[in-house]
Design a protein around this ligand. Structure first.
Ligand SMILES: Cc1cc2nc3c(=O)[nH]c(=O)nc-3n(C[C@H](O)[C@H](O)[C@H](O)COP(=O)(O)OP(=O)(O)OC[C@H]3O[C@@H](n4cnc5c(N)ncnc54)[C@H](O)[C@@H]3O)c2cc1C
Length: 346
């Protein structure tokens, strides 16, 4: 026993690891921690009471992201390495067009996308299991101060000191919610304010049913609508639950969202659609650890993301999906940002 503990102490003494703080336990923060924890003493702090950030499950339904696409090699490789299984998005059958003058059936051209068996939350769970140290939850980062060789991070719970800090927050939160001493250069502050949080404006709604009646009618569940409240609807069945999901139109007007959604689904699918067993929705605009007031404005197209930015002479590094030059905004972007960071720091 003595020999073993002596050896361990000796090992730590000889190879003292540098301290690395990661702010945010979304996909990017968690994967960065997994990649860097053998070479650095890593601590992850997360403002929410849960990990995953924009990745979020509700009773097995994906209420944040659902899909990965075949060209996204890094996330696909990670999913495989973690031993998770994919299944294709259900697209068999016709789609519906919900027009002001009636509902029309059409045969859409479909692209292949995949979902993770058991829900996208499996990705977060699998990464968390690989961490040497649990994430420090319910700790909001408040300020970063540069001292001689170190950086001091103040959170709502503690004060930390580290050699390096990685912020994986969406850029707008990085400038709105964290104070920097010395301050961020004005140009970087403005640049970050102008980077929208991908999907920060969205409201996602999952409607659970006792059975997938649309499939029996030869429908894929996919619908597009200019009437709303849902602008785009898809099949969202899990292994044991039937469901549809949709994104609420930014210009939709309604008194009660749940009632308006069911009315729309009855218009599309008939009385079967009245028998929803449960409705879940998250307004991501109101998620203060994802979006700022500027994100309420819907995006017309996918922004061109990507930046390389540091502060305190490289001791604070800004990362996260919006920093990725390829597939920025997506899960793939969160993974590639973590991989790029790790290859720089290792
Ligand atoms: C409704 C919706 C649907 C989407 N659909 C898809 C899809 O189908 N496919 C796809 O590829 N992508 C999709 N996305 C995008 C995808 O979710 C993101 O690309 C990815 O999850 C971003 O990961 P991240 O770690 O970079 O950022 P985040 O997940 O935003 O992580 C940032 C973390 O920082 C934490 N944090 C914030 N402020 C603080 C603070 N002050 N102190 C400490 N911690 C803080 C947050 O709580 C969060 O955990 C969707 C997103 C949404 C919202």
């Amino acid at each position: 026993m003595f020999y073993l503990s002596h050896m361990i102490i000796g090992y730590n003494d000889g190879m003292k690891k540098k301290k690395l703080l990661i702010i945010g336990a979304g996909l990017s923060g968690l994967y960065s921690a997994v990649l860097l924890q053998d070479s650095y003493e890593v601590t992850v702090v997360e403002a929410r009471e849960r990990t995953g950030g924009r990745i979020m499950g509700m009773d097995g339904h994906d209420i944040g992201p659902s899909w990965v696409w075949p060209h996204q090699k890094n996330i696909l490789q990670l999913i495989k390495t973690l031993g998770l299984e994919l299944f294709p998005q259900y697209t068999e059958g016709h789609a519906l067009y919900d027009a002001p003058d009636g509902v029309q059936r059409f045969a859409p051209s479909t692209s292949t996308s995949y979902r993770i068996k058991g829900g996208i939350g499996q990705l977060v769970n699998a990464l968390e299991k690989r961490l040497n140290k649990p994430v420090n939850l319910s700790e909001k980062a408040l300020s970063l101060t540069e001292t001689n060789e170190m950086v001091v991070l103040k959170t709502t719970a503690k004060t930390y000191e580290a050699d390096r800090v990685i912020s994986t927050l969406p850029p707008r939160l990085t400038v709105d919610n964290i104070e920097y001493f010395p301050a961020l250069p004005e140009a970087l502050h403005t640049q970050f304010q102008n980077i929208p949080t991908w999907m920060g404006y969205s409201v996602k709604c999952v409607i659970e049913y006792p059975e997938a009646f649309w499939r029996e009618e030869g429908l894929s569940g996919f619908a597009v609508s200019h009437v709303g409240p849902l602008g785009e609807i898809h099949d969202a069945c899990t292994e044991d639950k039937a469901a549809l999901f949709g994104f609420v139109h930014s210009y939709a007007k309604f008194e009660n969202l749940e009632e308006a959604v069911i009315e729309q689904l009855i218009r599309l699918h008939g009385r079967n659609a009245a028998k929803a067993s449960k409705i879940y929705f998250v307004d991501w605009k109101k998620e203060t650890y994802t979006s700022t007031a500027l994100d309420a404005m819907p995006l017309q197209e996918h922004p061109s993301y990507g930046f390389d930015a540091t502060h305190f002479e490289g001791k604070v590094i800004f990362s996260g999906t919006e920093s990725a030059f390829r597939e920025g905004g997506y899960l793939e972007g969160a993974i590639t940002s973590a991989m790029g960071l790790a290859s720089n720091l290792l």
